[in-house]
Design a protein around this ligand. Structure first.
Ligand SMILES: [Fe+2]
Length: 206
């Protein structure tokens, strides 16, 4: 189940309806689907898309998305560190980032914008199997995998070519390490190791 961590306020939100309400207040859609329906490591992308076709079709109709695919990331994925480096710096997209987690975990950090254009309090959403999120186009955010470096997720697109990170050029992401990285980071004040990316602690164990 998802969890919201608001590090600057030292609080967490773990109850589903409260999570959905908090995210909804920031224009982010959060839903829980019936998970565990097809979590076999042998399931193909086509089988996953077929299993979740009713939900995917409903999202397509509601949001105008035209394509869906499945990403399958694990510690042996070639080029994983380089891939993660693309996601873990603050960026925006020109279309919504819609993800349903089939397996594994990951954390979105969101830096919300207020109506007057100023930024609000940064928060993190840890996503697990069964969680769906829609991060709207233009939202400042970044993404990290958790310590097991595994995620299988359905993605929906208006246009696959639109999934391009537009980096904001800040280094704000360096101040917020995902809680799901483990207690070593929490004890260090939640800071990322200076100059190091998501793979560092994790590499040392692989
Ligand atoms: Fe993104």
């Amino acid at each position: 189940m998802a969890k919201i961590t608001i590090a600057d306020e030292q609080r967490e939100i773990t109850e589903v309806e409260a999570i959905a309400a908090y995210l909804g207040g920031h224009g982010i859609v959060y839903e829980q689907w019936n998970s565990g329906r097809l979590d076999s490591p042998d399931a193909t992308s086509e089988e996953i898309l077929a299993e979740y076709a009713p939900e995917i079709d409903a999202l397509k109709e509601a949001g105008g998305y035209v394509t869906a695919d499945v990403i399958n990331v694990h510690p042996e994925t070639p080029g994983l560190d380089a891939m993660l480096e693309k996601f873990n710096k603050e960026h925006t997209h020109s279309e919504d980032e819609v993800r349903y987690i089939v397996k594994g975990r990951g954390t979105f950090h969101i830096r919300p914008k207020n109506e007057d254009g100023s930024f609000g309090t940064i928060f993190a959403i840890e996503m697990e199997a069964g969680d769906l999120i829609n991060v709207p186009a233009g939202t400042h955010h970044w993404f990290d995998l958790c310590s097991e470096r595994t995620i299988r997720a359905i993605r929906l697109f208006l246009d696959p070519s639109g999934w391009t990170p537009h980096y904001t050029g800040t280094d704000i992401h360096e101040r917020y390490a995902p809680v799901c990285w483990g207690p070593a980071y929490i004890a260090a004040g939640g800071l990322r190791p200076a100059g190091e990316g998501v793979g560092i602690q994790l590499n040392s164990t692989n």
